[in-house]
Design a protein around this ligand. Sequence first.
Ligand SMILES: C[S@@+](CC[C@H](N)C(=O)[O-])C[C@H]1O[C@@H](n2cnc3c(N)ncnc32)[C@H](O)[C@@H]1O
Length: 471
Amino acid sequence: MARLRLRSLIVGLASITIAAIARREVWRRKAFSSHAFLAASTRLPNASPLGARSGFRVTLQLRRANGRKLWEQDDDESALMSGLDFGNEGDLDSDLMESVESMRKEDKRRRVHAEETGHLPVQELEAVEKLLGPGVEKQSGTYVDGTFGRGGHSKSILGRLSPTGKLFAFDVDPAAVAVGRKLEQQDSRFRIFHRPFAEMKEALEGVQVDGVLLDVGVSNNQVDNEEHGFRIRDDVALDLRMNIHEGIAAADWLLNVSVEELAWVIHANGEENPLEAERIAEAVLCRQQQLGRYSFAGELADVVKTVKGDTGYSGNKHNSAKLTFNAIRMFLNNEMEQLSSALSAAFGLLSPGGRCVIITFNPKERRVVREFTDAHEEPIPSLQTLLTPARLCELYPLVATDLPYSVRKLQSSASPRGSEFLSNPRAKSSKLIALIKSARRVPQVRSIEAPRPQELRFRKPELPAFRGGGG
Ligand SMILES: C[S@@+](CC[C@H](N)C(=O)[O-])C[C@H]1O[C@@H](n2cnc3c(N)ncnc32)[C@H](O)[C@@H]1O
């Protein structure tokens, strides 16, 4: 009997070990094939990247605009792990060789970073390139990484900065700041603030910066760290704060919230259907009244699941509760307000021509960025001369102000490219937006009429007759 138990214990331990090794191997492969391709696709100027995957085989290609193939790697993913292999290097133009070498170095650094920190930065190369411009040459400017996390983007920026360049970073999570403090010791060009990114203007009083990066939302590390309660599990405390030492935990916040307030939070930040949001809010607070304070994330998820009629066949046990959890998280961490204030603060710090790159993960975040851009764009010349001052102020609110700068879009909303889309689950929903601080050309317009509220500016026309039949 004892022998049998020992045998099953050994078999159990062996299978856990094999599964852990397999998981690590998959992680390594994913990290690599994604980065190899991204490096290739973003760092070679004038070369267009093509990527295809068929089962475990991955084909990566770079072509010139005229279609001439510059480089191709076609292998299974495990072979791609061995390094960026420019086997037919002779086909590469000599002006690209320097880029290839620096890509190799960067690619290695990225692989090591992903393995050491457990976080794969999203759209890393694209973001850094939009922030600093294309190419591999070193820049001497001053930059801000508003969302340090584990420093994936920060290290990439530092890699492009000259010895006189500077990078200031922010994060609210003490674990992220601890990683930043270590980087401060290693690199005198870097400094981290344990403050919300919306406070960057106060923290950097008097400093002019050339670029600001915001990679909003939560990091893989925060999802993996159970203290935050971001991964919905039965045995994880219902917290949902980025910094668990500040503010109020979700379980405590629920104790004093009304049904109307909870419904608003769920609807405004996640659940599109207002009635569903009300039903969830009502059920969540009814359960609390009956059984007391929520202790675990799973308890809240079960209530949401019941309201949504989730049969549990969706694969992930708690999938249907995600929107509600995200909504409460976004509210407790003031995510939309922080983003909106950070954009104003960033443009206050930026020098003319400076850039702000935002990596967003949901439509609400993109809406905040859009509202900021709408409020700061200059009118197109044809409208500027044709419209009355009142109408111009309605359509381009910037003109009514004396703000000395305007905001222009450099990149509207770009999805991740190539195999990052396939290999990094967090990247799938990401959209990169890049804005630029421009000189203000249009002088202040004064109108005696105040802008009309939005309800008055839209009217549904009479429905035209519709006849679909033949007779
Ligand atoms: C998606 S992660 C950033 C990952 C990072 N770019 C990297 O490569 O490791 C977002 C980070 O922003 C931080 N964060 C979220 N809201 C913040 C805020 N209002 N102020 C400062 N940091 C914030 C989070 O704590 C988290 O570490």
